[in-house]
Design a protein around this ligand. Structure first.
Ligand SMILES: *Cc1c(COP(=O)(O)O)cnc(C)c1O
Length: 232
């Protein structure tokens, strides 16, 4: 094993330990917390190493980089976690991504239209701006609750859950209200009358606040810097 791959193996083990101990504290099953390796700053050979180490879910924040890398590892699961312009939708859909960053009904409808043309169904998460910061992408919780039927009835897409980003903060505890808010919103959406219901995915938590996110119910954590620590 190369020194780089050894380091990745150690980092991965540490991340898994952190996930496991957070799950233990929260009395949750670690099998229900998925890891998305965020490779936006990673070399392609690090991705190859991670794949050899058994990681098969990757997140990219730029559509173009997702397209290039998903073409190299077409069997793996690629998630788009950054902003998607409507004119880029057509280029990413053939790679069967899970688009975590759907931040408007307009974008969802565009994904729906192109998915229909391509005769596929596209998996998405709705990105929610729980904290209300003006600088953050995402649908407001109130708007999502009020217009849920419009989202829910959009064809050719599978809404698998919700995603959020916490405000930047030194103390991971500061992220807790945001993560809790996303979980409560998910529960409110699931309690609305009628079928089908919103599936339960909650994508929240990054390298420095994954424990808090798991305690608040994350089912996917998006981890970049903790995996690539010590590599350059
Ligand atoms: C970069 C990024 C991450 C990973 O952040 P780290 O702090 O490096 O773990 C997670 N989610 C999104 C949307 C990102 O852009």
């Amino acid at each position: 094993m190369s020194p780089v791959e050894e380091r990745l193996q150690q980092n991965l083990a540490l991340v898994r330990q952190r996930i496991d101990s957070a799950c233990r504290r929260a009395a949750r099953d670690p099998a229900l917390v998925g890891l998305v390796a965020v490779t936006k700053y990673a070399h392609v050979d690090w991705i190859a190493s991670l794949a050899r180490l058994g990681v098969h879910t990757f997140g990219e924040n730029r559509p173009q980089q997702l397209v290039e890398r998903a073409a190299l590892w077409p069997g793996d699961d690629w998630h788009l976690i950054g902003q998607l312009q409507r004119n880029k939708v057509r280029s990413v859909l053939p790679h069967n991504p899970l688009i975590q960053s759907v931040d408007s009904l307009r974008l969802l409808r565009r994904i729906s239209d192109v998915s229909g043309e391509l005769q596929r169904r596209t998996r998405v998460l709705l990105q929610v701006n729980v904290s209300g910061e003006a600088s953050k992408q995402g649908i407001s919780p109130v708007e999502l609750l009020q217009t849920w039927p419009l989202f829910e009835s959009t064809p050719n897409v599978i809404i698998m859950g919700l995603m959020t980003m916490a405000p930047l903060a030194e103390d991971p505890e500061d992220a807790r209200p945001t993560f809790r808010g996303l979980r409560e919103l998910r529960d409110e959406l699931r309690a609305l009358p009628g079928e089908p219901r919103l599936p339960p995915i909650l994508s929240m938590g990054m390298s420095h606040d994954m424990e808090v996110a798991i305690e608040e119910g994350a089912t996917l954590v998006r981890i970049g810097s903790a995996l690539f620590d010590g590599l350059s």
